[in-house]
Design a protein around this ligand. Structure first.
Ligand code: A3P
Length: 272
């Protein structure tokens, strides 16, 4: 259904719900909420609030259901959603391709070891009785073999997931955001994303203000407004202390996969 709204100028503009032209497909705990909330500040972007989980949980409901989850947009506005599980879920690249092979894909990546600990911190907040990180990450403490069947480990092998997407999408249609740099220099990462989306780089330094109490950037909804918004407290959780020998083991485990990711994307994310 199409709706019409009158602008103050008197022009009639069609507003309607559209399928997303760009999707933040991953990764969980990479900084996906921060990125979506920053992009939402752009007048040419409209984004869903919750994660629609269409391609992994509601696919049978069909594209019309998916479209109904989207916000109203004018013809010159981009529709964006984020569901971080898409990046790592089998079969989704083909499903997105069937919707539109022109879909722009955005992946926020973060050091897979820190990402794992962050994911674990979230797990503990929901299931306080869970085993320790060290127990879950290694098959057994004697051999120090990494448990590659643990989802929290699997998600971090980014290059493996990327290969699945590259069967359907060219690399130039996938933009990688450094999760670390999204915290250190949000305006710079936002410039790159706006370029990728073909938008004027309106979201710049003026929007961001580092909050040293929270330890993260917070933001204004308008470049000149004095009110500053931060993400909720479930973003930027304290991490548990993990046995350094287990950290080292995980760093060694991920290193070759990271190197392949750097090689494939032409971008060194600086994880050591
Ligand atoms: P931690 O909670 O481990 O610090 P996601 O939204 O994909 O779940 O990612 C959550 C992560 O976003 C947080 O992980 C935090 O490091 C990162 N982040 C990036 N910018 C942030 C911001 N402005 N406020 C809070 N967290 C932010």
């Amino acid at each position: 259904a199409k709706y019409s709204s009158y602008e103050s100028s008197g022009n009639v503009k069609n507003v309607t719900r559209r399928l997303p032209q760009a999707i933040i497909i991953g990764v969980k705990k990479g900084g996906t909420r921060a990125l979506l909330e920053y992009l939402r500040l752009h007048p040419k972007i409209r984004a869903t609030g919750p994660e629609p989980h269409f391609f992994d949980k509601h696919y049978k409901k069909g594209l019309e259901w998916y479209r109904q989850q989207m916000p109203l947009t004018k013809s010159d506005q981009l529709t964006i959603e984020k569901t971080p599980s898409y990046f790592v879920t089998k079969g989704i690249p083909e499903k997105v391709y069937i919707m539109s092979k022109r879909t722009k894909l955005i992946v926020v990546v973060r050091d897979p070891v820190t990402r794992a600990i962050s994911d674990f911190a979230q797990l503990v907040s929901r299931r306080p009785d869970v085993k320790s990180f060290e127990e879950l990450a290694l098959v057994d403490n004697r051999t120090k073999m990494v448990d590659t069947s643990w989802t929290i480990i699997k998600i971090g092998i980014y290059v493996k997931h990327l290969v699945n997407w590259l069967e359907y999408f060219p690399l130039r249609q996938i933009h990688f955001v450094s999760g670390e740099n999204l915290i250190k220099n949000p305006a710079h990462e936002l410039k790159l994303v706006q370029d990728f989306l073909g938008l004027q780089p309106l979201i710049d330094d003026h929007y961001f203000s580092f909050n040293s109490t929270k330890g993260f950037p917070c933001f204004r909804k308008h470049a000149n407004s004095s009110k500053i918004h931060c993400l909720n407290n479930d973003k930027g959780r304290p991490h548990p202390i993990v046995d350094p020998s287990v950290i080292k083991r995980l760093r060694d485990f991920f290193r070759p996969f990271n190197a392949r990711l750097y090689q494939m994307t032409g971008h060194n994310f600086g994880w050591t």
